[in-house]
Design a protein around this ligand. Structure first.
Ligand code: BEZ
Length: 219
C-alpha cells in the first residue's frame, strides 16, 4: 500500500505537543497547515531547520498557514531542545508546536518514516517529510528529504504561495515561479474560456508543435 500522498485526507490523530494535546483536523481548521517531521531532537541539521522555520513563522501566519512540527522524541525532550534552538538563533521564538510520537504510530500514518535512519535501539526514525494540508484536510503537496539534507524554507514558502494562487485562479505556476511573476493558464481551459477568465489577456508561446498549450498571464 502506498503511504499518505497528494489528495489523501490527513489522519485525524490526537497527539501530545509542546503546546498541549493537538487533534490534527481541529488544528488545520479552515485554513492551511504545514506538518513537518524531523529525525530526532538535539541533532544538528534539525536544530538549524527548526530555527529557520521559526524565522519564517510570521510569513506563514500572514498567509493564514499554521506550522506543526513532529518527531518521535517526547514532549519534555522537545521543550528542552527548544531552548537550544532559540539560543542557536538569538531573538528567535519558536511559536509553533512540536508534536511527540514516541510509539511511532503517527509517523507511520503520516508516511514520514525513513527506512534508512534508525535510533540506537534499531527503530526507524522519521524522515524530513513535510505535508501542506488544505482546509479540506487533504494533502496538497509533500516534500520528502533524507536526514542528511536540510530543507529550504524559501521553497516551502514559495510552494505555499503557488498553492494559494492556484486555489484562487484557474492557473498553474511554472518552474521557479515567484509571487508577482506570470502564471500559466491550465491546459483544461480553452482559449475562448481563457479570454473570459483573464480579461487582462494572455500570451501564447510560439512553439514548433503549434499546439498552443503554453499560455502565460498575470493574476
Ligand atoms: C541532523 O539533524 O543533523 C541529523 C539527524 C539524524 C541523522 C543525521 C543527521
Amino acid at each position: 500500500m502506498p503511504g499518505l500522498t497528494i489528495g489523501d485526507t490527513v489522519p485525524n490523530m490526537e497527539l501530545e505537543s509542546t503546546q498541549g494535546p493537538i487533534r490534527i483536523h481541529d488544528f488545520v481548521g479552515d485554513g492551511y497547515a504545514i506538518i513537518f517531521s524531523h529525525p530526532a531532537d538535539f541533532t544538528p541539521v534539525c536544530t538549524t531547520e527548526m530555527a529557520a522555520m521559526a524565522g519564517y513563522a510570521k510569513e506563514f501566519e500572514r498567509r493564514g498557514v499554521k506550522l506543526l512540527g513532529i518527531s518521535c522524541d517526547d514532549v519534555q525532550s522537545h521543550k528542552e531542545w527548544i531552548k537550544d534552538i532559540e539560543a542557536y538563533k538569538p531573538g528567535s521564538n519558536l511559536t509553533y508546536p512540536i508534536m511527540a510520537d514516541p510509539d511511532r504510530e503517527a509517523i507511520k500514518q503520516l508516511n514520514m518514516v525513513d527506512p534508512d535512519e534508525k535510533d540506537s535501539s534499531g527503530v526507524n526514525l522519521p524522515s524530513r517529510a513535510l505535508h501542506i494540508i488544505g482546509p479540506d484536510k487533504k494533502v496538497k503537496l509533500s516534500f520528502l528529504y533524507p536526514a542528511c539534507t536540510g530543507r529550504n524554507m524559501d521553497e516551502v514558502l514559495r510552494a505555499v504561495d503557488s498553492l494559494l494562487t492556484v486555489a484562487k485562479h484557474k492557473v498553474a505556476t511554472p518552474a521557479n515561479w515567484k509571487p508577482g511573476e506570470c502564471v500559466v493558464v491550465e491546459p483544461s481551459v480553452s482559449d475562448e474560456e481563457a479570454k473570459k477568465m483573464f480579461p487582462q489577456g494572455f500570451e501564447t508561446a510560439d512553439l514548433p508543435s503549434k499546439k498552443g498549450y503554453l499560455r502565460f498571464t498575470k493574476v
